[in-house]
Ligand binder design. Structure first.
Ligand SMILES: [Fe+2]
Length: 126
């Protein structure tokens, strides 16, 4: 069974998909079941992964980690997303860019997620 706004990864090719419809079906890629990406919240060693949300003049800024996360070719934040009510925003990042994204949302009370290509999916709340 899959649920809306879950993320699944193919362990063979690395494909990642976001579910936009809850169903009893299963997701298959490269001939095998895709793995649900678990949302992690605790990063006590360095706090490099948990997204932080703050208000800006035009919306909210989501920064990855109280200690900035690396943005190198082999290890970087691939995307940052925000869920607010029934809306979902996503911003793709590239190596060399800052591990942050601004979204046009007035209320900082949001669920933020980010995906590190090495350490997986992280959120500020479950
Ligand atoms: Fe990481």
């Amino acid at each position: 069974m899959t649920a809306i706004l879950e993320f699944y990864k193919c362990e063979k090719c690395g494909n990642i998909v976001m579910v936009t419809h809850t169903s009893d079906g299963e997701l298959i890629c490269c001939g095998q079941l895709m793995s649900l990406l678990e949302e992690q919240t605790a990063d006590p060693a360095t706090q490099k992964h948990v997204p932080l949300v703050r208000k800006t003049a035009t919306g909210i800024m989501v920064t990855v980690g109280s200690t900035p996360h690396p943005m190198e070719k082999r290890h970087y934040i691939q995307w940052i997303s925000v869920k607010k009510d029934r809306s979902f925003y996503i911003h793709a990042l590239r190596p060399g860019e800052a591990p942050e994204a601004e979204f046009p949302i007035n209320d900082p009370d949001v669920k933020a997620l980010e995906f590190c290509n090495v350490h997986g999916l992280w959120t500020n709340r479950k």
